[in-house]
Design a protein around this ligand. Structure first.
Ligand SMILES: [Zn+2]
Length: 87
């Protein structure tokens, strides 16, 4: 949570300016991550890289086996329903 030393006040990240400065005194506020380590380059509207966030390793994009089984069973069922129309 951003902390301004001069104002002795916490700010929510949305309350900061687009450059990551204090909205009251304008000083640069060092943001920290969840572990308390300071973030060297604060995430702001200009430094946010959505493309890097959207990129993934591809490990979580694979469909689970039970979904494939469900789709295969659905195809077999619907095929049988079409065949049963003509029997
Ligand atoms: Zn301030």
């Amino acid at each position: 949570m951003p902390w301004c030393e001069e104002c002795t006040k916490y700010f929510v990240p949305n309350a900061l300016t687009t450059e990551g400065n204090c909205p009251m005194c304008g000083s640069i506020i060092a943001q920290s991550d969840v572990n308390g380590r300071p973030i060297l380059q604060p995430v702001t509207a200009k430094t946010l890289d959505l493309k890097s966030l959207a990129r993934s390793t591809g490990e979580d994009e694979k469909a689970p086996w039970h979904f494939k089984l469900l789709v295969a069973a659905l195809i077999v069922y619907l095929s049988w329903r079409v065949v049963s129309l003509f029997i």
